[in-house]
Ligand binder design. Sequence first.
Ligand SMILES: [Zn+2]
Length: 57
Amino acid sequence: MSNFSASLDLGSIVCKHCHEMIGTFDAEKVIIYYSDCQEHTCLKERQVGQGEQMLEE
Ligand SMILES: [Zn+2]
């Protein structure tokens, strides 16, 4: 029962912080690429998670 379509986008781009799917890309096998999304809620959680780290701009 293998009914794989070659046109499937097996590559996934996932936010490494909130694990939200950012996008997909064409790949020959399953690849998960971790990146950063630009969601404000996610950006905020990142700062909360790094409470001990000094952030200066
Ligand atoms: Zn995110």
